[in-house]
Design a protein around this ligand. Structure first.
Ligand code: PGA
Length: 241
């Protein structure tokens, strides 16, 4: 299967096109469960969703969200917490209460149990309606670092050197935790719809590889080529155009 690549001009157009898809999903199913990646890429989309809610074009009063990944041993108030980032950029401004959020218990000592609890909560919540994802320069989705196959479960992982270097930029010199917990590839691929956002010149090389790849564990995002409803939104810089 080839990926449904939709080309947009720049990050602003990408945010609007992505928000159109999110609004469509939430309008069709107000209680939709949306997986919301952190990272720089989806921030414009989240800001656009917040704007649309303020303008009365998005009703998020029943929308639910699930986090994609988290550092281990980091609480939600730590500036490095990915949930904290998701909360500030999306959950709080959309008025989504804690009862409509699924997140990892990343502070406890039992990461395996946290992974099982998360999977159980997503499954008992009816599964993921839409996953909003970014891609790492090494082809990771969430913290499914290469190699990760399509069956990779939700689990604790050691972060790859590439990821530690990329993520260090977010935290202004603070130490980047070396372990994380991530939704597995199997959980990500179980989403009914997937929206992969790719923006900026740093992603040109990995996007080019992705568009030419068969499903291949050394490029975890390539597993999306076997998913029935994935849209890849890529701006001009990411397309190397
Ligand atoms: P980014 O991160 O959106 O900040 O580029 C994406 C990722 O590493 O998954």
């Amino acid at each position: 299967m080839t990926l449904d690549l939709r080309s947009v001009d720049d990050a602003a157009e990408l945010a609007r096109a992505a928000a159109d898809i999110v609004v469509d999903v939430v309008t069709t199913k107000p209680s939709a469960l949306v997986m919301a990646a952190t990272g720089e890429t989806p921030m414009g989309t989240y800001a656009e969703l917040v704007r649309r809610r303020a303008e009365g074009r998005l009703d998020s009063s029943a929308m639910r969200v699930v986090q994609l990944d988290e550092y281990l041993g980091i609480g939600p108030d730590d500036p490095r917490s990915l949930y904290g980032w998701m909360h500030r950029s999306l959950v709080a401004p959309l008025g989504i209460g804690a009862d409509r959020v699924i997140r990892f218990d990343s502070e406890g000592s039992d990461a395996d149990r946290a992974a099982r609890d998360y999977d159980r909560e997503v499954e008992s919540g009816g599964g993921i309606d839409l996953a909003i994802l970014g891609i790492g320069v090494n082809g990771h989705l969430g913290f499914n670092e290469p190699p990760s196959d399509a069956g990779a479960p939700t689990r604790a992982v050691d972060l790859s050197p590439d990821t530690l270097t990329s993520n260090a930029a977010y935290w202004g010199g603070r130490t980047v935790p070396t372990q994380a917990i991530t939704a597995g590839m199997s959980m990500i691929l179980s989403a009914r719809r997937i929206l992969l956002l790719v923006s900026g010149p740093s992603k040109a090389e990995i996007l080019d590889r992705l568009l030419r790849s068969e499903p291949d564990p050394s490029l975890p995002a390539s597993q999306l080529t076997a998913h029935p409803d994935t849209v890849v939104l890529a701006d001009r810089a990411a397309r190397g155009a």
